[in-house]
Design a protein around this ligand. Structure first.
Ligand code: PLP
Length: 509
């Protein structure tokens, strides 16, 4: 199909056997950019979280797949009517739940380009530019995070996958030959043990489940009063396991835990890992981004001694989901764990050394994630990224101080990054010893839950919760690329207003 005269009627591409023609694509593409610009421009008019009943959305869609072509206009009209109002608005600046995974606009443009250029980056041959730009962008990030050039790596979809790959490599590096021989019915293999704190993310357990290590062989080490792994307890667990005939293989230190953003003492843990000859994997999926800011980098000091590190650009860096950075000093161990190259994947025309990234990953096909990172990092500049991250931390620290100063509220964990964990604890209850009373504690839990739910019902802010020491805790995860001081102020105002509405009588038996 050749170029058309300007103003010529669009050809009916739907009647033929091929794809949409370029001019129809152009018109539809412009329309989509308009829709997204309007959406992002007016996002605060939406409730962050629409109030929806499970099962209420699917019936709104046509139940049978359309037999005949439909116009893009009709599809986009339905997008606006059915998708936008039913979506959780992760791009809303009031989104302070979990960890924000905001789509910075330049990253959205990068996603658009990624879909358009259509690369599959599993071999250098299948995408030379995809493979080599990934090397460039990974190098930029490594350097920007202040990590030495002994680290190499690549991008994956999620931290869960990055940790799975790292622990797969640790298993191989321990000499278990699991990649070739498997672990089933192996009388010669003692239980391989992985150590992580009780606060570590569930993806570590899932990696162990997937790798045949088994959840029972993830030893959860107790934490101190600040929710950091206790190095002495780690050492004791390793010694206990060795004397019980188990086979320690790896330690996972979390720098920025999911619950409270606690930072495990990675230097002390690295000492143990080195002494014991164990692989050290650092899960800095959220907290690692702080290392972009040189003044925050000391928070992560010691992580450069790890064999593998995961940082998720799709969390605090606001790169559109998905993008996880896996760095390692042991690329050859990853390759030993995951390389399997049949003839049809051999590139016959290669003259120089190349990297075929699928040799380091469980899956074959790979997205061209480096492109949106390249767009983002250029559009914001490292200085722009640093400024935003530093500002998020400043806002979080100021918020924590403000909440701590309120006699009816407690900040229940240190807030080193951009997430603050709080509980309503009315001053009338007096000393914290009353929390030991299970009846009062349960009423406080119920009140805190009610407060969070009331705030979330306003639609202006979305918070999430966890339990710390068994008690209901409200998390305010700042760090949203569109978040401003006024959103933080509003969240705190809404929390106080919801607390003022609490009518719980703590004296009632
Ligand atoms: N590690 C930590 C510390 C996390 O907080 C999370 C998610 O919040 C993950 C890993 C899992 O991230 P992903 O969804 O990219 O697998």
């Amino acid at each position: 199909m050749g170029p058309r005269e300007p103003g010529a009627a669009p050809e009916d591409w739907t009647a033929g056997n091929g794809d949409m023609d370029p001019e129809s694509f152009r018109a539809a593409g412009h329309r989509i950019v308009d829709i997204l610009a309007d959406y992002l421009g007016s996002i605060e008019e939406f409730a962050v979280l629409p109030q929806l009943e499970p099962g209420s959305i699917a019936p709104q869609f046509t139940q049978a797949a359309p037999e005949e072509p439909e116009s893009i206009e009709a599809i986009l009209a339905d997008y606006r009517a059915l998708i936008e109002p039913n979506a959780n608005h992760w791009s809303h600046p009031g989104f302070m739940a979990w960890f924000p995974s905001a789509n910075a606009a330049p990253g959205v443009l990068g996603e658009f380009l990624t879909a358009g250029i259509g690369q599959n980056t599993f071999l250098w041959r299948t995408s030379p530019v995809g493979t080599e730009l990934e090397t460039v962008v990974v190098g930029w990030l490594r350097e920007a995070l202040g990590l030495p050039s002994t680290f190499d790596g690549f991008l994956t979809d999620t931290a869960s996958t990055s940790s799975l790959i790292a622990l797969g490599a640790a298993r191989e590096a321990a000499g278990l030959e699991a990649a070739s021989r498997g672990l089933a019915a192996r009388a010669d293999v003692a239980s391989p043990r992985v150590y992580a704190s009780v606060e570590a993310h569930s993806s570590i357990d899932k990696a162990a489940m997937t790798l045949g290590i088994g959840r029972a062989n993830v030893v959860h080490i107790p934490v101190d009063e600040s929710f950091r792994m206790r190095a002495d307890a780690l050492m004791a667990a390793i010694e206990h396991d060795r004397s019980a005939g188990h086979r320690p293989i790896a330690i996972v230190a979390t720098l920025g835990t999911t619950n409270t953003t606690a930072i495990d003492p990675v230097s002390a843990i690295a000492d143990i890992a080195e002494r014991e000859g164990l692989w050290l994997h650092v899960d800095a999926a959220y907290g690692g981004t702080a290392a972009l800011v040189p003044t925050l980098r000391p928070l992560l000091a010691g992580w450069e001694r790890a064999q593998s590190i995961v940082v998720n650009p799709h969390k605090w860096m606001s790169v559109p989901f998905d993008a996880s950075l896996l760095l390692t000093t042991r690329m050859e161990a990853l390759r030993a764990a995951f390389s399997h190259v049949p003839e049809y994947l051999r590139s016959l025309d290669q003259t120089g050394p190349v990297r075929d990234v699928s040799e380091y990953t469980p899956q074959l096909g790979r997205r061209f994630r480096a492109l949106k990172l390249w767009v983002m990092l250029r559009a914001f500049g490292l200085a722009g990224m640093r400024r935003r991250i530093a500002w998020h931390v400043e806002m979080a620290r100021e918020l924590a101080a403000r909440i701590d100063a309120d006699p009816d509220w407690v900040v229940v964990a240190p807030a080193p990054f951009s997430t603050v964990c709080v509980r309503w604890y009315p001053a009338v209850l007096g000393a914290p010893r009353l929390v030991d009373d299970p009846v009062v504690a349960e009423r406080l839990d119920a009140a805190n839950q009610a407060i969070m739910e009331a705030v979330n019902r306003t639609g202006e802010v979305l918070l999430s919760h966890t339990r710390l020491d068994g008690r209901f805790t409200i998390r305010l995860a700042l760090g949203h690329i569109r978040g401003e001081q006024r959103h933080v102020d509003l969240a705190w105002e809404l929390l106080r207003a919801a607390a003022a509405d609490q009518t719980i009588d703590f004296d009632q038996p």
